[in-house]
Design a protein around this ligand. Structure first.
Ligand SMILES: [Zn+2]
Ligand SMILES: [Zn+2]
Length: 366
């Protein structure tokens, strides 16, 4: 095993790697860049599979510049799985070994601030301060749209060797669904309304079911909603209108005990409270461009709890265990596969939701 500057290599690693490079808002190129070298507490992972996230599309379009990415060129991608091929200094003894299969998540907190120390590293007080060790992969730090990625071991989750990489590449979005359900708190038998039939909606549905929800109603549209129906969801098409009224009718006027908002549209943001019943818990992870006023009077008089949800802290290992146990399903939602170099085609399919595109999977170096 070769060792260079304190980095141990488990196999020969190419000097240059294939990557999808964002050179300016809306401008993507498939090209070659230098393979990165892991630093303190970091490992190099061969990316075997990566999945497109709705947030990537917004970042590519330039909606969040200069927050994400802070500069160009940038390499996005934060939903992925791969194999550890090199280990930097101070990575031993944490339970990860050379060759391990790992799934990535985007946030690596500084590990030392109050939010990190209380387990809320997704809210790290040193966000963006690279000197403290804080990273957000695929947002402000190089992501997984490449053959290799460097990650702090804090952001990695060990996968069982038998778990397929394309399933592992969904640990991040599945974790977002799980965190949304956990923030709201699902009690056994609860009637849960999930707003949105995209990837996070699908995983919020799976997670709520795994946590013991009774009735599960998903509000969405098109082929994506049909896929959710095939997986056992009761469905309401937002395209037919009267969404809150329909939820009220379906629940004998009581509405939902829990609402999970994942669609991020102005309407669904508003419906998050409109579909909620007395004493309901509402968790919101989507942010629309135009934020509507909510029915605050009902929130107060009906004692609702409203929770903001950001990413998926501490959910990676839990999601892997739930997938392994068959209680969160991933495969039915993987609708498309492409080699990474065909990113533009994959992007178009995802954006147009062609054939109900939900999880669009990419293989680097294929
Ligand atoms: Zn994502
Ligand atoms: Zn921190």
């Amino acid at each position: 095993m070769a060792s260079e500057n304190g980095v141990r290599y488990g196999e020969k690693v190419k000097k240059k790697m294939e990557a999808v490079i964002l050179t300016a808002p809306g401008k993507l190129e498939v090209g070659e860049v230098e393979t990165p070298v892991p630093g303190l507490g970091e490992v190099l992972v061969r990316v075997e599979s990566t999945t497109i996230c709705g947030t990537d599309i917004e970042i590519i379009r330039g909606t969040h510049v200069p927050r994400w990415p802070p500069r160009f060129p940038a390499i996005l991608g934060h939903e992925w799985a791969g194999r550890i091929v090199a280990m930097g200094p101070h990575t031993g003894g944490f339970g990860l070994e050379m060759g391990d299969h790992v799934a990535g998540t985007s946030h690596a907190g500084c590990g030392a601030c109050r939010m990190c120390l209380t387990g809320r590293y997704n809210l790290c007080l040193n966000y963006g301060a690279a000197i403290t060790g804080h990273r957000q992969y695929g947002h402000i730090t190089q992501g997984s749209y490449a053959e290799y990625v460097v990650n702090n071991i804090r952001a990695l989750h060990r996968m069982p060797k038998g778990m397929p990489f394309d399933v592992g590449s969904c640990v991040d979005p599945a974790g977002c669904g799980l965190w949304t359900a956990k923030r709201a708190g699902i009690h056994p038998g609860d009637t849960v309304v999930v707003l949105g039939s995209g990837p996070i909606g699908a995983f919020a549905f799976e997670s709520a079911r795994a946590l013991g929800a009774g009735r599960l109603i998903v509000v969405g549209g098109g082929k994506r909603l049909e896929i959710l129906a095939e997986q056992g969801a009761e469905t309401v098409s937002y395209r037919e209108g009267r969404v809150p009224e329909k939820i009220a009718e379906m629940t004998g006027g009581r509405r939902a005990q829990v609402v999970l908002e994942t669609a991020g549209t102005t309407d669904s943001f508003k419906w998050s409270v409109d579909c909620a019943g007395k004493g309901a818990r509402v968790a919101i992870t989507g942010i629309p461009e135009n934020i509507p006023d909510l029915a605050w009077k009902r929130v107060v008089l009906e004692e609702m709890d409203v929770y903001g949800v950001r990413a998926n802290p501490n959910c990676g290992d839990e999601v892997i265990a739930l997938i392994q146990a068959g209680r969160i399903r991933v495969e039915p939602y993987i609708t498309h596969r492409f080699p990474l170099r065909k990113y533009q085609e994959a992007y178009d399919v995802f954006v147009a939701r062609k054939d109900g595109a939900l999880l669009v999977n990419l293989t680097p170096g294929a």
